[in-house]
Design a protein around this ligand. Structure first.
Ligand code: ATP
Ligand code: MG
Length: 334
């Protein structure tokens, strides 16, 4: 089990309302990712679910039971933080066992669960080491192990990978996704990382200033962002947003085109511009192109072999089927 329903949940710190009344349904077994700019309330929302913060008003229901006033330990959820806060003087085994010892679980049951968690997380060979003798990724796995042994109804992760280097992040991302498939337990995951959100989530919740801007599958948000904010937030590099006469031709206040939906065309194209900075990634090249009348430079994704340089003239054509239109209020025009 692991259904979490938020009904009109509001959070204020003193006079300041960080989360205006909000509704959200997280279904059993779902992998839900919260994304949004720094300070938008992602951690606060997670902490409200965990019970580490009190709601100002509204209700939180876990598996059909009102959990609004329950202390964290009674909610059956396990939280994994960015700083994994392991006990440095304890072995991996003792660190993982800690919550079970607190709950006075039998030694036999503890050993059984430690063994299973260690197996799931590839930590079997490290159980007698101390955290100081582990890599960052291994430490993060120990922190997850400590959560797994509690057999929670849901896991709550607050940017668990942001302390790891790029290669480890990719590895851990896959491990957490795989763990989710195997355990089939609800996971609620906060991240800044676009790729994590797109690749791990069944459902992404985009937040801005405590307000849910859109909820949907990664591809729903990518294909049909409800407004300009979501359009600019989901996708990397960001969608190009163009105002003025070019948008007017489409009866829109703003049009949006993703860098991957603009092609570099030979000697003519819909748009002509001047190449600014190019970013060569090997497989792809991102050109930043100045087009008269567009304001911001356009970002264009081209193949790795396209040979254009700073100051060159470039001809571009957007894929007509991939142009997003927004009105003056920033809402999507169907
Ligand atoms: N204990 C507190 N007292 C007062 N204000 C708080 C408190 N905790 C958080 N806030 C404020 O609530 C807002 C949301 O904070 P929160 O930590 O949830 O943001 P976040 O989306 O997790 O940001 P980040 O991506 O930087 O971690 C921020 O403006 C923050 O300053
Ligand atoms: Mg946060």
């Amino acid at each position: 089990m692991g259904r979490i329903h938020l009904r009109q949940v509001k959070k204020s710190f003193g006079e300041v309302t960080v989360i205006p009344p909000l509704d959200l349904e997280i279904e059993d077994g779902e992998f839900v990712v919260f994304v949004g700019p720094s300070g938008c309330g992602k951690s606060t929302l997670l902490r409200l679910i965990a019970g580490l913060e009190d709601t100002t008003s509204g209700n939180i229901e876990i598996d059909g039971q009102d959990a609004t006033g329950l202390p964290p330990a009674k909610r059956g959820l396990a939280m994994v933080f960015q700083s994994y806060a392991l006990y440095p003087h304890m072995s991996v085994r003792k660190n993982i066992a800690f919550p079970m010892r607190m709950a006075k679980m039998s030694k036999e049951e503890q050993d059984k669960r430690i063994e299973a968690a260690a197996k799931a997380l590839n930590l079997t060979d490290y159980l007698d080491r101390r955290p100081g003798q582990l890599s960052g990724g291994q430490r993060q796995r120990v922190a997850i192990g400590r959560a797994i042994v509690r057999e929670p109804a849901a896991f709550l992760f607050d940017e668990p990978l942001s302390n790891l280097d790029a290669a480890l992040r990719v590895g851990m991302r896959l491990e957490i996704s795989e763990l989710h498939k195997r355990l089939d337990t609800t996971m609620v995951y906060v991240t800044h990382d676009q790729v994590e959100a797109m690749t791990m989530a069944d459902k992404i919740v985009v937040l801005q200033a405590g307000v849910i801007e859109q909820v949907g599958s990664p591809l729903e948000l990518y294909r049909t962002p409800r407004n300009r904010f979501v359009a600019g937030f989901i996708g990397s590099p960001k969608m190009n947003l163009i105002e003025g006469p070019e948008a007017g031709k489409h009866d829109a206040h703003t049009i949006g085109v993703r860098p991957e939906h603009i092609s570099v065309s030979g000697d003519s194209g819909a748009w002509q511009g001047t190449v600014g900075v190019s970013e060569h990634l090997g497989s792809d090249t991102f050109f930043h192109v100045n087009v008269d009348g567009f304001g911001e430079p356009l970002t264009v994704r081209a193949g790795g072999e396209v040979d254009l340089h700073y100051g060159d003239t470039i001809h571009l054509t957007p894929n007509a089927e991939q142009i997003h239109k927004f009105d003056q209020q920033g809402l999507r025009i169907a």
